[in-house]
Ligand binder design. Structure first.
Ligand SMILES: [Zn+2]
Length: 258
């Protein structure tokens, strides 16, 4: 190890995916013009570098995928909700689940070990997926290029010019990368469950308009990596380097273990 550097070693999953069309949801559309994609940067003074958008909701897809997969295999895990019943006493939880975090710490289920709850931090850290419109001509380093389309929805009150709805909804299409950092070493079973839940994500709709065919997640590549990241200062400049090794065998063993 170079003594001039600070370094950290960790593992991460890098998932290459694409969507033919998706409407990533970033909250409600009420009282605002456009908010189905969160703008994280306006792309320079005149916007010449293109707006950067955050694609949210991917962690939620993994959450739902874990629940669906565990249910299919007859394994009880946390539900993402911790509400047990309605005010009138009607049960809200499907029978295959316990309320979120109820298993912790005595009898922690596999989903809670990975995703945590209000009681425990998750060991999966998602890196933000930042995209920019493919119309941007320049090379971009800090975002991935995707097709971004806006559907304007305007509805007027009959016989007047007063609008009852006037907003744009953003759709995206194309390739993107999901990176999930593992905060600690996973057991083979945990990694196996995680990998299979990622594979199952394609069965779960992502974002809005799923019933109209949006939100398909096509998985192209999933790689477990060991990363050694180091940083140093040379003449005042911070130099960051990453050494990456792919862990094929560990992935294979994990797929057999769960
Ligand atoms: Zn649980």
């Amino acid at each position: 190890m170079n003594v001039q550097n600070v370094t950290r070693k960790f593992k991460r999953l890098v998932i290459k995916a694409k969507t033919p069309i998706a409407k990533p949801c970033n909250g409600s559309v009420n009282n605002s013009k456009i908010n189905s994609l969160l703008v994280v940067s306006n792309g320079g003074e005149n916007g010449e570098k293109g707006k950067r958008y955050l694609v949210k909701g991917l962690r939620g897809v993994l959450n739902n995928s874990m629940m669906a997969l565990a249910k299919q295999r007859g394994i009880e895990v946390c539900h993402s909700s911790n509400k047990v019943e309605t005010q009138s006493g009607e049960s809200l939880l499907p029978t295959a689940f316990h309320p979120n975090g109820a298993c912790f710490p005595e009898d922690e289920c596999i989903r809670h070990r990975l995703m945590g709850s209000i009681k425990k931090q998750s060991i999966l850290r998602f890196e933000p997926v930042i995209i920019v419109s493919e119309n941007v001509k320049e090379e971009v380093e800090d975002a991935e290029k995707m097709h971004v389309a806006t559907e304007n929805r305007v509805a007027l009150v009959e016989g007047s010019k007063k609008s009852i709805q006037d907003f744009g909804e953003r759709y995206v299409a194309g390739k993107f990368t999901i990176k999930i950092e593992l905060r600690k070493e996973l057991t083979k079973e945990e990694l196996g469950f995680l990998l299979k839940s990622i594979l199952f994500m394609s069965e779960i709709g992502f974002g809005g308009a799923v019933n109209n065919g949006a939100g398909k997640l096509v998985l192209k590549e999933i790689v477990l990596q060991e990363v050694e990241r180091s940083r140093t200062i040379r003449k005042g400049k911070v130099i960051e380097e990453e050494k990456v090794r792919n862990l094929w065998k560990q992935m294979e063993e994990a797929l057999e273990a769960w």
